[in-house]
Ligand binder design. Sequence first.
Ligand code: ADP
Ligand code: MG
Length: 351
Amino acid sequence: MSRLDVADVTVSFDGTTVLDDVTMTVGDGEVVALLGPSGSGKSTLLRVIAGIVAPDAGAVLLDGVDVTALPTHKRGIGMVFQDNQLFPHRSTLENVAFGLKMAGVGRGEREATAADMLARVGLAGFGDRPVTDLSGGEAKRVALARTLATRPAVVLLDEPLTGLDRELHDRLTGELRAILLDVGATAIIVTHDRHEASAVAHRSVSLTDLQGDGPHVVALAAEATHDLRRRVLRDGAEVVAFDGDDLDGTFHLGVEEDGRVVAISTWVPHPDGWQLRGMATDADRRGHGFGSMLLRAGIARLRDEGATRLWANARSSALDFYVARGFRALGDDFVTDETGLPHRLVELDLD
Ligand code: ADP
Ligand code: MG
């Protein structure tokens, strides 16, 4: 799986700008919901990422490599369409194995992989069925299995659950989340249903917020936080690693502005709740609400993960910031070893 960057992408059709300088990052293994009204350009953005539409300006990067000029089949990107687009004259197994066949995988191996994928989406033993006999929900899962079978680096889902009846929609919402997390997919799911977005994705973004150079929240690799950690939190000292950086589940969110990381935060899972640490805004960009943006985005993601408690060792100078946002301050000031500054434990209930 991969990290995906969309950098300053602009697309116009017949002189009308549909995507205006869109910038977006999806971290490795992260599932992001893309929201926006009908006609705002969501499908167009997915097509740019997949290589079906060439942008007028900007770039698409996978793991930092510019793939804008690569054809679709060389990008390792899988797409699931709203209408599934299954091949009606092929069996269920053949549908799932189709991408592997195109990739030149031998028959035995591709059938085994396809059968395994069918099992993962809860359709073990369905291989011989004509796809025309499948129910709506089964067909949806076959479309997902077909896309995942080729192990794409990035999965793009264009309103995959729109138009299904309520009960099926709600069941598949949960299954989709489980399947995407199970395969560790880096994914974008387009929807206009906020409830669906928070049920499936780690975080949601609105296409309107991605346009232009305004500040926006991005997922960061640990190394991308080091510069600000050093300059803002460690007074220039070289030590940049935190305990917890390498814990399974730790993630980093930043605010990017004009292509520059101007604020950072690190979110660490502990048995007694999540710890927020390393909140910092670059000295020349304070007072623009970036800390609040990070807090909102991180808390939304923790709620999606079912977290119940968030805590932080807040610098006393930042205590008001946390208290104003619903945190409780606990106990007395204490001094942490690294900085020599007074801190206070603050906590927030998430449920
Ligand atoms: P969304 O998926 O958010 O509903 P789309 O990306 O499908 O929006 O479309 C955004 C706008 O671009 C719409 O006005 C649509 O008519 C227009 N559009 C999309 N594709 C094309 C195309 N190939 N040629 C001309 N106009 C297009
Ligand atoms: Mg669309």
